[in-house]
Ligand binder design. Structure first.
Ligand SMILES: [Zn+2]
Length: 263
């Protein structure tokens, strides 16, 4: 439905979620920012998101493409796995792993979490993403992956659904400052007219704004998006790691002292 796959054309980052609009809401600001920073980014939607009471499928596809353009993301691929019935199973792992073997990203961002008030596809997508990342490296099974070569995705980053049912204790979490792409994110979400008409759009914008302000403020940013890793953060430079992209979120700033990095 968007830019065609050019096999062998690598992406720096691939982000995966069950439905078009999931990634925009969870981490659209970060995806737009990665593009601004010069990285090649792809979005993989596992399903079309249809059927819903709101469709139809053609409109959903046009909305997803409009949102891709708004974020500036180079590639968007829809794997056409079954919405509402999405399961982590070997057949679906082959499909997603094949896409990973084609795009060979450095980083795989996966939407994760269990959302009892929303679609069960989210939880299954979480499992499917982790399993497919493992499957993509498997040897001697190329025929199951459209004759692509094995590829191991070096890094997996969790993008938790903000309405996750669990209080998860990840090994490490971090927040990306999206203050300069937050408006782009809201505009991308607004592309989904069929899902978010007037009142619903106002509601979802209100929620996103509150959540991204809260998340960002914990690290001293106007707006932020939260991520996690399945392992502790490794670093060779404690100073750079701790200082991050901006100053301290310390609530008290003494006169004459700046919290900004000194370099
Ligand atoms: Zn969803």
């Amino acid at each position: 439905m968007t830019e065609q796959v050019n096999p062998g054309e690598r992406l720096d980052v691939v982000a995966v979620a069950p439905h078009p609009d999931d990634l925009e809401i969870i981490c659209g600001g970060t995806l737009a920012k990665l593009v601004k920073q010069g990285y090649r980014v792809g979005i993989i939607d596992l399903t079309t998101g249809e059927p819903t009471p709101r469709g139809p499928v053609e409109v959903r596809a046009q909305e997803a493409e409009a949102a891709r353009v708004r974020l500036g993301v180079q590639v968007r691929l829809n794997l056409q796995l079954p919405n509402r019935e999405l399961m982590d199973c070997p057949a679906n792992r082959y499909v997603l792993a094949t896409a990973l073997r084609r795009y060979r990203p450095n980083i795989l961002i996966g939407a994760v979490g269990r959302t009892p008030a929303a679609s069960p596809d989210h939880n299954q997508g979480h499992l499917l993403i982790e399993a497919s990342r493992f499957y993509s490296q498997l040897t001697k099974w190329n025929d199951r992956f459209a004759h692509t070569e094995p590829y191991r995705v070096p890094h997996l980053v969790y993008a938790p659904f903000p309405f996750d049912a669990e209080q998860r204790h990840f090994h490490s979490t971090f927040v990306i400052d999206i203050s300069d792409t937050f408006e782009q994110k809201l505009e991308a979400v607004a592309c989904y007219h069929s899902q978010f008409d007037g009142e619903r759009l106002a509601k979802v914008k209100h929620f996103i704004m509150g959540y991204n302000i809260y998340t960002g403020s914990r690290c001293g940013f106007a707006y932020g998006e939260a991520f996690a890793l399945p392992h502790p953060i490794g670093a060779s430079d404690l100073h750079t790691l701790v200082m991050g992209g901006k100053g301290s979120p310390a609530p008290v700033q003494l006169p004459g002292q700046s919290h900004l990095p000194m370099n």
